[in-house]
Design a protein around this ligand. Sequence first.
Ligand code: FES
Length: 167
Amino acid sequence: AQTHYPTHLRGRIDLAMVQRLLADDLISIDRWYLCGPSDLVTTLREGLASEGVSTERMNIELFRGAGRSAPVNNVPNSKIAIRLSGTEHTVDLAAGETVLESALKNNIDAPYACLGGACGTCKARITTGAVSMEQNFALNSAEVEAGFVLTCQSHPTTPTVTVDYDS
Ligand code: FES
């Protein structure tokens, strides 16, 4: 059986289609939930932002594709102090690993969900040293300025880093 979709609903979901569907009234939407492959989600997110929708009103979930951006680890090996539920752990982190990966490898029960920089579950604060994030769709600029990072996206750029999941 052939399904007949109205012409204006056919094709790839892009900003133009969303604008058609919502009669161009993007601003009155309280919350956006963008979920799908990263191309689709990032394109829509940028498009909505350029139309004046605040990124704080967008929730994002990425379907993780095969491609992952190149690791941005600037230091070959680093030592990470991890504070979680009142306990301090010190672990070694190999080049290319994320802070979250090194925690999980060492049986530290660090929180995570999407592993794609989108949900914010893995958020923690860097209190010593520095990291660089592959991508960040979950933290706003005030949080980043306050030292929060997404540990699933974070690669140390200093030989020692302290990560606080409790703050
Ligand atoms: S686990 Fe979702 S942002 Fe890190």
